[in-house]
Write a protein that binds this ligand. Structure first.
Ligand SMILES: [Zn+2]
Ligand SMILES: [Zn+2]
Length: 909
């Protein structure tokens, strides 16, 4: 029989057994199972280390909860639509479906090799019609609820991906300015960032297109406010969402515009007290007023057309004056109206009152167009008075030229001006934009709409869903456009000729609700079972990369809220606990195929890899992949396996239970309690350390003396059970050798045999005592100690300590130091002790001088300390090869004076 653990040899056997016994399938009658979910993988080819870490975390936790007796829902599926598959298929002269299916086969095999325990009966694949038909069905329900809009919009366009992008799919990238640039830094500031495609990093352009949107902005307030209560989410993710939603309080101010069909233009301002300084009104090129003016004025039309296709960073402070005039709501003055590209359509109301004296951008615009700069706020310190020629004054101060508000401080004026005028109203805006879901690509869910010349856009009837993707055509541009038989259709309303919508949905639609499909993956008349969802949701633990903070995780929250309003769910938040896993680094960089620094999961063997990624760091921290650290995970497996096989092979044990057996029994309890706490808190790396420590103590125990059969076997079984969530094959193998009951995957989580209240203090006592012995041996240079005495302090010291602790507390609370010694000596309890005044005084004086008073109360009872030292004395014997005596101090003992609670006196000869 080999003592070497070869994972590759046993993995198939255990995987076969797990499958045979159906251990991961959720029981049909499960009630509110613990729902553990890893973000399902994008089907991009092979598993990478990020996947392995992600799924090792969920698998370990799912296994742990199962052993704790929970029903566990731990499913897996495939995020299978999207552009990369289309590109890969194009390059390989195949079609996206074949490519994707091949990826899924390979990735599923890789997941199985790793031994991850999924309920595969619930597998879902988003590119299958029986999944995406529900995207279409949900699109229709959202449409009916008024949450879908079809709009001409100036949208972000990636020329390389040949599709539009949602706002959240455009990333800002710093552009290194050329060294020869002579542009003054302030002016160039807006050019420092380039807006690029999140997927391919190509600079993003603008296009004017008719597009489909989900109006996620209807939920901006709720999405923002509910973040507060998501206590199981990392603060970082919540903060990213908060910033993305971008709630801002301010004031809405209405400016009447002559001859405008809407009558007035609203602007949003955070500094309404500067309203008297407004010298012009500017609207964005996409504003309704701009469109109206463009219809009547060719110059305006030309400017609007030009700027709508420009990237915002290139627009600068150009603009066009229009024929319109606005009326200042407080002074009734006539103000010129501009269409200006620096006013962004999707920020605030898409219009601004121009206050050049007190706003950077307005100042720059006014300078370029020779507009009036009217100062209405001056610094409160007069000598700080500034010239406004070079720039605006943007701080608070004292108002002037502001009618009745002259002389008021900015913040006072701000409140009053809003209270005094109906044209000014407190308001809140959000930076969040509606979710653009149209994609001009093939590999996605067809949008279930046909365009009819007579009826406009008409939704495809439910009974005709799914609108299935036709065969792939290799072409540039959108393959669906090139598909005559797909494109040309009949209008469901009038029967006339109609054109099918050829845009497909953003793949993030698929992932916004997939966690619901896992509940009832085969349901044929609804996307998910509402009753089950009410019972089983929210997802208890969700694990994935932190890069999903605003796309996937925000969309998922939006969907959940929208579905709740459609009466399809009773929850308004999908996830209780979110874990953002950190990155696996290699040579300080993120592992990525483009950097060529990838370690394939198979390279070190499946089980070593998963044990390593769990034991290397807290799940939310980054860690460095080094061969040396991997070695540690490998060695731990060999150690545990070797101990189990040796025990079975040798069987040389003892029946009589001795002091040091009690110590080991207690140590096993301690490890179980500690490891359980670590598992509960997702600190797998610390659970691994606990396991390692127990293994070390048990090996020492076996080498010290013949082990007690039951105690030792219980320790080994505990090791097998505790390691099983992280290294399930190894756990199974050891459990089996030790003749554990059934399979470890289905075994009960081990429990301590005895009360464990004080175990940290006990451990502390043993550790400090051992350290003290070593210290003395070192300092006194005792080569070969023969006899070591550990003397526990006399009982009265424990009593006095407790009294002193009480006083020390009061002293801290009252801030009255007094004399601790006097006070303790005055107590009746001390007077009753059969000890002289002198020794008590000496003892308390010593206590009073110590700075670890906070620890006074945590000292164990005298009898407990004695028992613990007796049980652990074998560690001293073993380490120093000396006789060890443990005893209580007698009153006339010379060592009694030196011993104190928590710190036995030590004498070495
Ligand atoms: Zn792109
Ligand atoms: Zn029609």
């Amino acid at each position: 029989m080999t003592k070497h653990y070869d994972h590759a040899q046993v993995q198939e056997f255990w995987q076969y057994v797990w499958e045979r016994d159906d251990v991961y399938t959720l029981a049909a009658d499960a009630e509110d199972p613990t729902y553990v979910l890893g973000m399902f993988p994008y089907t991009s080819g092979t598993l990478h280390m990020g996947h392995v870490r992600n799924y090792a975390i969920t698998d370990a936790y799912a296994r742990y909860r199962r052993m704790q007796g929970d029903d566990v829902l731990h499913p897996m599926g495939w995020d299978a639509f999207g552009l990369p598959a289309e590109n890969a298929a194009f390059e390989r002269k195949t079609d996206p479906r074949s490519w994707t299916e091949a990826c899924i086969r390979r990735m599923r095999e890789e997941l199985e090799t790793m031994g991850f325990g999924y309920d595969w009966s619930r597998e879902i694949t988003t590119c299958e019609p029986d999944y995406y038909r529900w995207n279409q069905w949900l699109f229709k329900r959202l449409y009916e609820a008024g949450l879908v809009e079809y709009e001409a919009a100036s949208v972000n366009w990636c020329p390389d991906c040949e599709t539009v992008l949602a706002a959240a799919q455009v990333e800002e990238r710093e552009v290194k300015r050329s060294e020869t640039s002579h542009v003054a830094s302030d002016e160039a500031a807006s050019h420092d960032h380039e807006r690029v495609c999140w997927r391919c990093e190509t600079p993003v352009g603008r296009r004017e297109l008719d597009q489909w949107f989900f109006t996620i902005t209807d939920y901006a307030e709720e999405l923002h406010d509910d973040l507060e209560a998501l206590e199981g989410w990392p603060d970082g993710v919540r903060e990213i969402q908060r910033n993305w939603i971008g709630r801002q309080e301010g004031t809405r101010i209405a400016f009447e515009v002559a001859d405008y069909s809407e009558g007035s233009v609203d602007v949003f301002s955070t500094r309404p007290e500067t309203v008297y300084g407004a010298t012009y009104l500017a609207v964005s090129p996409g504003h309704d007023l701009a469109r109206e003016l463009a219809d009547a004025n060719d110059d305006v039309a030309a400017y609007v057309d030009a700027v709508r296709e420009q990237d915002p960073s290139e627009v600068g402070f150009a603009g066009v004056e229009t024929d319109a005039t606005a009326t200042h709501p407080l002074t009734d003055e006539e103000l010129p109206v501009y269409v200006a590209g620096y006013v962004l359509e999707d920020v605030g109301t898409g219009a601004v009152m121009g206050v050049p004296a007190h706003n950077e951008r307005d100042h720059a615009f006014a300078a370029e167009h020779d507009l009036l700069i009217e100062q209405v706020v001056i610094p409160s310190t007069p000598d700080k008075r500034t010239s406004l020629e070079d720039g605006p004054y943007t701080d608070d101060g004292i108002l002037e030229h502001s009618g009745e508000y002259d002389g008021l401080e900015s913040d006072v004026a701000r409140e009053r001006v809003v209270a005094d005028h109906d044209a000014l109203e407190e308001d809140v805006t959000y930076r969040l934009r509606d979710w653009l879901i149209s994609r001009q690509r093939y590999w996605g869910t067809p949008i279930p709409v046909v365009h009819c010349e007579d009826c406009g856009h008409v939704l495809v009837p439910d009974e005709e869903l799914p609108v299935e993707l036709p065969e792939f055509v290799r072409t540039t541009g959108n393959p669906l456009e090139a598909h005559d038989s797909f494109r040309e259709t009949e209008c469901p309303d009038c029967g006339g000729p109609a054109r099918r919508e050829t845009d497909t949905m953003d793949t993030f639609v698929d992932s916004s609700w997939y966690f619901l499909r896992f509940l009832s993956p085969h349901l044929e008349d609804a996307p998910f079972d509402t009753e089950l969802a009410d019972e089983w949701l929210p997802v208890d633990v969700y694990v994935g990369g932190e890069e999903h903070a605003i796309l996937h995780l925000l969309y998922t929250r939006f969907f959940t809220k929208a579905l709740a309003d459609l009466d399809l769910l009773d929850r308004r938040e999908p996830i209780t606990e979110l874990k953002s896993q950190g990155t696996v680094l290699y040579d300080g960089e993120k592992m990525s195929s483009s950097k060529g620094n990838v370690v394939a999961p198979q390279e070190y063997g499946a089980e070593t890899t998963r044990l390593f990624v769990l034991s290397a760091a807290h799940p939310e921290q980054d860690f460095e992949w080094t061969a040396n650290n991997v070695r540690g995970a490998y060695d731990l497996q060999q150690t545990l396996y070797g101990m189990a096989t040796a025990f079975v092979a040798e069987g040389d044990t003892r029946v009589e239970r001795l002091d040091h057996d009690e110590y080991i029994a207690r140590e096993i309890d301690r490890t179980i309690a500690a490891a359980t706490e670590e598992y509960d808190r997702f600190r797998f790396h610390r659970a691994a350390t606990e396991i390692q420590e127990l293994a070390r103590v048990l090996r020492r125990y076996r080498e010290y003396d013949r082990p007690h059969g039951e105690v030792y076997r219980r320790g080994l079984l505990a090791l097998a059970a505790l390691i099983a969530p992280m290294a399930p094959h190894l756990g199974e193998e050891c459990w089996n050798k030790l003749r554990g009951d059934g399979l470890v995957v289905e075994a009960d989580w081990p429990e301590p045999e005895n009360e464990l209240e004080d175990y940290r203090r006990e451990r502390q006592l043993v550790e400090t005592t051992l350290a003290d012995v070593r210290d003395i041996v070192d300092t006194a240079a005792i080569d070969d100690p023969e006899r070591i005495e550990l003397v526990v302090a006399p009982a009265w010291k424990y009593d006095v300590l407790r009294i002193a602790a009480d006083y020390a507390d009061k002293e801290l609370a009252d801030g009255d130091p007094g004399s601790l010694v006097d006070r303790v000596l005055e107590t009746d309890a001390v007077a009753e002790l059969a000890v002289g005044r002198e020794p008590v005084a000496t003892f308390v004086t010593d206590l009073a001088g110590r700075d670890d008073r906070a620890d006074f109360e945590s000292v164990l009872a005298a009898a407990d300390e004695l028992a613990i030292l007796e049980r652990s004395s074998w560690l001293v014997t073993d380490e120093f090869d000396a006789d060890v005596v443990v005893r209580s101090a007698s009153d006339d003992d010379e060592l009694a004076a030196r011993a104190r609670p928590g710190k036995p006196a030590i004498r070495i000869r």
